[in-house]
Design a binder for this molecule. Structure first.
Ligand code: ZN
Ligand code: ZN
Length: 368
């Protein structure tokens, strides 16, 4: 964006200049700085753009009033800064020459929005009601999105008589050539607004921050998308709004891992519990459960707790929890404990641990 010079200063008019004076000043300056008059002159081209931007605002009583009050930035994001009045050079020529092809602009559905919602594994399992804050354009509550002050200020475009297009017939060397272009006056809508809505300055929408309630159903996963119909961006020219898609992101859990409908849980047990067997308490999403660990349980042994996993999104099935045992080798033993373990080893004739088939395979491998 070029430096933002004062629009009145740019056109060389006083702040209380009449519309006629502004128009006259603009025409004079536009003629001097027009790119056709100054080919290749970058400075003139820049100035031409600035003058156009200034005229676009000051020639429109609504925009001028807003500019007088708020300056270049406009009152809020939704209203659009005045600096954005022109998207590019093409637009300037459109306005200046009153021609050019434009996309037809009837009622258009608003864009869809996406909101990423972080939830816990418990919320994914049992569902949740969440409040979210979305920022979006909403149809103006005064004019209902038409941008017009009243129904009477929406009129059939006199240029195209409501067709949205104009046909021009030209006599050329090749005969009569007929061209159809989008009506410039109404930009293809077939209607013009004679008096813009004061609430939205004729834009038809306003930028709003909204709190919404989202019902997260049980069984969602990361990437599940919940559609809130009609909660997206406002439509253009009275078109329907888009939808809001709330995409759930399930946070990592300190105890559980999820694999589809299964919940995996690593449970450490002591060396003696593993050797002698024990009843232990294991955590599940539904509260603690008692698990019987048989004697001689090895690290990596898994136990399945039916229906203690994640529910399916359609509610027809519940997965299992899979508990994987990890045997903890004792550390920081006292002298007495060490002595007992030495006695244990001597009494049991223990040489290489208990997995006989493993040591048989090692023997075979070494070729003895
Ligand atoms: Zn309005
Ligand atoms: Zn028209």
């Amino acid at each position: 964006m070029a430096d933002q010079r004062d629009y009145y200063e740019l056109l060389g008019v006083s702040r209380d200049a009449t519309q006629e004076e502004i128009k006259r000043a603009f025409r004079k300056l536009a003629r001097q700085t027009h790119p056709d008059v100054n080919p290749g002159d970058q400075a003139a081209e820049q100035r031409f753009k600035e003058i156009n931007a200034a005229y676009e605002v000051l020639s429109d009583p609504q925009k001028r009033e807003q500019y007088d009050m708020f300056g270049h930035d406009g009152p809020r994001r939704g209203a659009g800064g005045f600096g954005e009045a022109f998207g590019g050079f093409g637009d300037i020529f459109d306005v200046f020459f009153g021609g050019g092809q434009r996309r037809a602009a009837g009622p258009m559905r608003g864009s869809d929005l996406e909101y990423r919602l972080q939830i816990s594994l418990e919320e994914a399992a049992f569902g949740a009601e969440k409040r979210i804050t979305v920022e979006r354009h909403e149809a103006c509550e005064v004019c209902g999105g038409s941008g017009a002050a009243s129904a009477a200020s929406v009129q059939t475009c006199p240029t195209c008589r409501g067709a949205g297009q104009v046909r021009q017939v030209q006599n050329t060397l090749l005969g009569q050539v007929s061209t159809v272009t989008t009506c410039h006056r109404c930009r293809g809508r077939g209607q013009i607004v004679t008096e813009p809505c004061r609430n939205c300055q004729g834009q038809g929408y306003a930028y709003r921050t909204r709190e919404l309630q989202v019902r997260v159903p049980p069984g969602v996963d990361t990437g599940t998308s919940i559609r809130l119909s009609g909660q997206g961006e406002a439509g253009a020219h009275g078109g329907p709004p888009g939808d809001l898609y709330v995409v759930t992101i399930v946070s990592d859990h300190p105890v559980f891992k999820r694999s589809g409908l299964e919940i995996l849980c690593d449970v450490p047990i002591s060396f003696t519990q593993a050797a002698l067997g024990a009843e232990i308490q294991v955590p599940t999403l539904y509260g603690p459960e008692t698990l019987k660990v048989p004697e001689g349980t090895q690290t990596g042994t898994t136990f399945r707790l039916p229906n203690k996993g994640m529910p399916a999104l359609n509610g027809r099935r519940v997965g299992d929890e899979v508990v994987q045992i990890r045997v903890c080798t004792p550390t920081n033993l006292t002298e007495k404990q060490k002595d007992l373990l030495r006695q244990f080893a001597a009494a049991g004739g223990e040489k290489h641990g208990e997995d006989k088939s493993f040591w048989e395979r090692v023997k075979e491998f070494l070729g003895s």
